[in-house]
Design a protein around this ligand. Structure first.
Ligand code: GRF
Length: 198
């Protein structure tokens, strides 16, 4: 059984899609949800799936202290893989290295980013793509490395928009694709763990 933790800071719609998919898997199990925000929507979502949720706020602690509390929790739950789902902090290289898998030469940390990488790295990717009426719109799921949304791509898909509708509709369209792709990656985690790609 591959033991997964989801880390999220916000609404948690991706966490929800992952938890829904996980209930039908026999070789992958979401054992834990971690959030750094006391009022994150993901807390209620985890509870509704009867999953342990650990709220680990940074507050006055340093980044190193905060991450070592997270690492300890991940260790307590014997977590093999982390799925970042709107986790709004940059992880340090020390943290990323602590999940390095020498077999696949990648960290066992995966992120979902709402753009067709390498376009629109960083914050507010939907907003920037919409503003520009970009033709490079899509969703990317990638391994986490030391850079900002620079890790090796696992899965990527475009979507189309004529930009005639409002931003909210555009974002909904992207989120619907996120909710399809991230569970697909979770389902195929045994393969990714073995080969380093889908
Ligand atoms: C998603 O757009 C995801 O791609 C990005 O953060 C957002 C999280 O949304 N990394 P939610 O909390 O899963 O609804």
């Amino acid at each position: 059984m591959i033991r997964v933790a989801i880390m999220a800071s916000g609404t948690g719609t991706n966490a929800k899609a992952l938890l829904k998919a996980e209930s039908e898997l026999s070789d992958v199990s979401v054992e834990l949800v971690i959030t750094d925000k006391i009022d994150a929507g993901v807390i209620e979502i985890s509870k509704s799936f009867s999953k342990p949720i650990e709220v680990i706020e940074k507050k006055e602690s340093t980044k190193t202290e905060h991450e070592s509390r997270i690492k300890k929790t991940l260790k307590d739950y014997k977590i093999d893989w982390i799925f970042l789902a709107g986790y709004m902090r940059i992880l340090s290289s020390d943290f990323i290295d602590s999940f390095f898998d020498s077999n696949i030469q990648q960290s066992r940390i995966i992120n979902i980013h709402p753009s067709l990488l390498p376009h629109f790295r960083g914050l507010n990717a939907y907003e920037r793509a919409y503003e520009e009426k970009s033709e490079h719109i899509g969703i990317s799921i990638h391994f986490v490395d030391g850079g900002m949304d620079t890790g090796k791509i696992i899965l990527q898909e475009r979507f189309q928009s004529d930009f005639n509708h409002g931003f909210e509709e555009f974002k909904e369209q992207g989120l619907a694709l996120e909710h399809k792709l991230y569970p697909h990656v979770l389902k195929n985690l045994p393969l990714i763990q073995q080969k380093g790609h889908l």
